[in-house]
Design a protein around this ligand. Structure first.
Ligand code: NAP
Length: 352
């Protein structure tokens, strides 16, 4: 631990958590207890739990409030919503819950984090600088896009990056899945529960996916492959009707009718403000332990910035909860440490 300790853990002591949304930011302490970076499910869960622990969290949203679920039409697998819920509504409900308990939400984008602390310094696109004794990083990951014409326009209308979220809507339809890695094959296998046919389009003639998944895909009668091929265009008026396929060896292009395109060409962790400052794996995901701790004490991470495997709203919220509980413990230990440090000179004087 370095620097002067500046704790405000007792700000809410003896009172109930605030039950109105929004706190006058002028009343913010010089050093926050905890700043949460990101407004996906992990961030909201972290905010709800730290707010209920009277830690007055500050959550900085990022460019899109809600993260990836805000771009998902229907969430049908989040427990507690038997009739499903739209991604934006679920995100708004989580935000309302966090604000109800006193979380402050700043619509801003974190551009840099100084991990030398506590206190840690966070800088934003709006030119603000915040300091905090703990951070929870929940900046998530974004699916890598094809970057071809028609893709953005038809997101949610046949273009998807999440089979678990959207596969259900393609019962008895024909689908294209792009990519040759584990995700592509695993999600293609999942999609065969609904679709009548799944065509995997891969840019090489060899899969990157592991042998077990390859075997399962090879023996599934609904799965077919098109090798050495990339998608160069997605077309359709109000929904996907076809893709343009280009053979990378011959250069030949052709139209391929399909009802949907699922893109699995990797995810990109949103790690720009912390790249090179915290331990990451070879794909750029933060490395955390079971207690959601990163390589720097006081900095925790939750959700897809540290989880490339599960990528579910339910798992991200669980990780956000765990991080928040550990932040509470970490700050309490910090406060104990500061208290003991204050007592030591007095003890020294008494024994001198
Ligand atoms: P990945 O392993 O990076 O595979 C991405 C695939 O997309 C590769 O086949 C790649 O082709 C292709 N690709 C990349 N950019 C492309 C582009 N611009 N156009 C067309 N194709 C493109 O990503 P992932 O499948 O999401 O897996 C990420 C990590 O999670 C991996 O370590 C994986 O093992 C792990 N994972 C594991 C499981 C499991 O164990 N069940 C499930 C999911 C993910 P090339 O092959 O030519 O590079």
């Amino acid at each position: 631990m370095t620097g002067k300790l500046n704790l405000n853990l007792n700000l809410g002591a003896g009172v109930e958590p605030m039950l109105e949304s929004g706190i006058d930011s002028a009343a913010r302490p010089d050093v926050e207890n905890v700043i949460i970076l990101g407004s996906g499910p992990a961030g909201w869960a972290g905010a709800i739990y730290t707010a209920r622990a009277n830690l007055r969290p500050l959550l900085i949203t990022g460019n899109e409030i809600g993260g990836q679920i805000a771009t998902t039409t229907e969430v049908e697998n989040y427990p507690g919503f038997p009739d499903g819920v739209t991604g934006p509504e679920l995100s708004e409900r989580m935000q309302a819950q966090a604000e109800r308990f006193g979380a402050t939400v700043e619509l801003d984008f974190v551009t840099a984090v100084d991990v030398n602390g506590p206190p840690f310094t966070v800088e934003t696109a709006n030119g603000k600088r915040y300091r905090a004794n703990a951070l929870i990083i929940t900046t998530g990951a974004s699916p890598r896009k094809l970057g071809v014409p028609g893709e953005d326009r038809l997101i949610g209308r046949g273009v998807s990056y999440c089979a678990t979220c959207d596969g259900f809507f393609f019962r008895n339809r024909q689908l294209v899945v792009v990519g040759g890695g584990d995700s592509s094959l695993q999600e293609s296998l999942f999609l065969t529960k609904f679709a009548s046919k799944v065509t995997i389009v891969h840019r090489r003639d060899q899969l990157r996916a592991g042998p077990a998944l390859q075997r399962r895909a090879d023996t599934n009668p609904k799965i077919e492959y098109i090798w050495n091929t990339v998608v160069t265009n997605v077309s359709g008026e109000n929904k996907v009707e076809a893709v343009t396929l280009k053979n990378v060896q011959t250069g030949e292009e052709r139209q391929f009718p399909t009802d949907g395109v699922f893109v699995y060409i990797g995810h990109l962790p949103n790690n720009a403000p912390i790249a090179g400052k915290l331990a990451m794996d070879e794909h750029g995901y933060l490395i955390t332990d079971k207690l959601m701790r990163t390589s720097v004490p006081g900095i925790f991470a939750a959700g897809e910035i540290q989880d490339s495997r599960f990528r579910q709203v339910a798992t991200s919220t669980g990780q956000g909860v765990a991080a928040a509980m550990e932040v509470e413990k970490y700050l309490a230990e910090m406060e104990d440490h500061a208290y003991l440090q204050r007592q030591e000179p007095a003890l020294d004087r008494a024994t001198a």
